[in-house]
Design a protein. Structure first.
Length: 298
């Protein structure tokens, strides 16, 4: 993947197609604004050496969007207020991932260590929250901050008006579909956010992972992306035609399709996302509880 600039707005690809634990970054030249500093560490290190980065913006609080911010220690960090709590206390960070169930203790400990060591977790007290609707003048471009809740409550997208570039963050249009596994994630908000982002009259689309740069309207990819939600609902509903426990449902791997390594991590995130579907299907009156079991409403 290659870097590409649209006026001062430069797409910085992450390694391995921006696959976790990396992401793609966006750099606004001149103004020195770097969004999501977790792409290629060497490239970001060179950027840090040039001294041109004056402000870090985070699309949201997840570690695969801040991993290399240790290269920019003295640079201020801005993000949405709703997403700040996990970056002020690592215990809150783990709580926000939902590692709060009985039996999660070991995963919680391992995860805290990884977040500190590999992602350079640090407490930030952002000196200024970013708000949806604000417009920042950044030299040759004007950047609109767009509230984009769902993946996280304070997720932001960024639209560069003059160049028509829209950075979608983790609404990444991949075949995997959207991720909404945190306690504070919302499937319904994800749907309305993606529909709203789709209506923005952009000419270039950038995402945090996967293809990363689209110079033509992504078209059917928007539908495929949101369609994953309905597909997962459908599989669950078919399976709970007979009453099933959560354990039985998780054993079907409806999200990840098969057990993956590291298993305890994937078990955890499979559960996190399936629980969100079960809650949504319950709200919609399509699933109900019978003691420990879930069953479809006929
Ligand atoms: Zn994320």
């Amino acid at each position: 993947m290659r870097e590409k600039a649209f006026g001062p707005v430069r797409f910085l690809p992450g390694p391995n197609k921006g696959k976790y634990p990396a992401c793609h970054s966006v750099f606004v030249e001149g103004a020195g604004v770097l969004i999501d500093p977790a792409s290629d560490r060497e490239r970001l290190s060179a950027l840090a050496g040039e001294g041109g980065v004056r402000l870090l913006l985070l699309s949201h609080w997840h570690e695969d969007h801040f991993a290399h911010w240790d290269l920019f220690r003295d640079v201020p960090v801005w993000l949405a207020e709703e997403d700040m709590p996990p970056l002020q206390n690592i215990e809150v960070f783990l709580d926000w991932y939902g590692m709060i169930w009985p039996g999660d203790e070991r995963l919680r400990e391992t995860w805290a260590e990884i977040i500190r060591r590999d992602f350079h977790y640090r407490k930030v007290t952002p000196d200024r929250p970013l708000q949806g609707g604000e417009v920042l003048s950044l030299g040759e471009t004007t950047m609109e901050v767009i509230r984009a809740p769902g993946h996280t409550p304070g997720h932001l997208a960024f639209y560069f008006r003059e160049q028509g570039v829209l950075f979608l963050g983790d609404y990444d249009l991949t075949a995997f579909g959207p991720y909404y596994g945190d306690p504070a994630s919302s499937i319904e908000d994800t749907v309305s956010t993606v529909e709203a982002l789709r209506r923005i009259p952009a000419r270039v689309w950038m995402t945090g992972h996967g293809t990363g740069l689209f110079e033509e309207e992504p078209g059917g990819l928007w539908d495929r992306y949101l369609g994953v939600i309905g597909e997962r609902d459908g599989k669950i509903l078919e399976y709970v035609a007979r009453p099933r426990t959560l354990e039985e449902i998780l054993g079907q791997w409806f999200v990840y399709l098969k057990p993956r390594e590291p298993l305890d991590f994937y078990r955890f995130t499979e559960r996190a996302q399936i629980v969100k579907h079960l809650e949504k299907l319950t709200r919609e009156g399509r699933v109900e509880r019978e003691g420990e079991r879930y069953v479809g409403v006929k």
